[in-house]
Design a protein around this ligand. Structure first.
Ligand code: SAM
Length: 269
């Protein structure tokens, strides 16, 4: 594939910062990421979010044995992709507004691939959590700092509500760090690719669990008990903490996964 700089010049376009347009230039990473999304439990469809100039798309379309759907916001890039790959299934517009659940119901189990537009890391991640029952695996490249928050363990600086929610929903494998030079234009910071494989722990009310985690981290510097009381005043939190061997002074960042599960059992709604 031609270099993004050359393709953009041909399209009379510039990389748009507002859309986090940093185009992959590394053939090694294009191979690694597309191979990762096609591995393992077989999905019935593959979605690519933000295909851009097609660095990953060209390999996906060549190698995938299932239908591929692209979600691209940029009009010029969408037109380019349609021309380059006639008949490609491309949904133009904001992926956050696309009816992902309905589409997934129609296509069967889906695997997702994206060199994410960084400003959408968090909303896209939570969209994917919402439609998790329809997913097999998700291969994403995030800003390194965001990926570290996803994978952090209790006691680490990056540990927070995002880490716990991500690790309960997905088995996360680190695929490696992509230096800024793997993209054109190079982003200001390094990126990290991860594989998220869906998992659902048995007998677990994930909805309640997410609620209690979010409440516990409401004001991360405050004692967790006052955060929990603010959102769920009907629960006797001091007693609940005590029965989980947690002191009244505990902060949310000190609480382990299993303790969050026990705390979620105290919720009545
Ligand atoms: N996949 C390409 C690559 O690896 O070279 C491009 C990656 S670039 C980091 C992010 C892409 O997401 C761009 O093509 C951008 O136009 C697209 N994008 C940005 N916001 C979007 C949105 N809300 N919905 C869909 N695509 C979006």
């Amino acid at each position: 594939m031609a270099h993004p700089k050359e393709l953009l010049a041909r399209l009379d376009a510039n990389a748009r910062k507002s859309l986090s347009q940093n185009f992959l230039t590394s053939p090694h990473w294009a191979e690694t990421l597309t191979a990762a999304v096609m591995e393992g439990e077989s999905a019935q469809a593959i979605w690519e979010i933000g295909p851009g100039l097609g660095a990953l798309t060209q390999l996906l379309l060549k190698k995938a044995k299932v239908p591929v759907t692209l979600f691209e916001y940029d009009k010029k890039l969408s037109a380019f992709l349609r021309e380059e790959y006639p008949g490609v299934d491309l949904i133009e517009g904001d992926v956050l507004k696309a009816p992902l659940e309905d589409l997934a119901k129609k296509s069967g189990k889906v695997a997702v691939l994206s060199n994410l537009p960084y400003h959408l890391s968090s909303p896209v991640f939570f969209k994917l959590v919402e439609i998790k029952p329809h997913l097999t695996r998700v291969v994403l490249t995030f800003q390194k700092e965001f990926a570290e928050r996803l994978t952090a363990k209790v006691g680490q600086e990056a540990y927070g509500a995002l880490s716990i929610i991500a690790q309960l929903h997905f088995k996360i494998t680190n695929l490696g760090v992509l230096p800024p030079g793997a993209f054109y234009p190079p982003p200001a910071v390094a990126s990290q690719a991860v594989i998220l494989e869906t998992q659902t722990p048995k007998d677990l009310d994930l909805d309640k669990l997410c609620k209690v985690i979010k409440a516990g981290f409401l004001h991360p510097r405050k004692k967790m008990v006052s955060n929990l009381k603010q959102i769920f005043p009907e629960v006797d939190w001091l007693k609940t903490l005590e029965s989980n061997s947690l002191s009244p002074n505990t902060r949310a960042e000190e609480v382990h996964e299993q303790q969050w599960i026990s705390l979620s059992l105290a919720l009545k709604r």
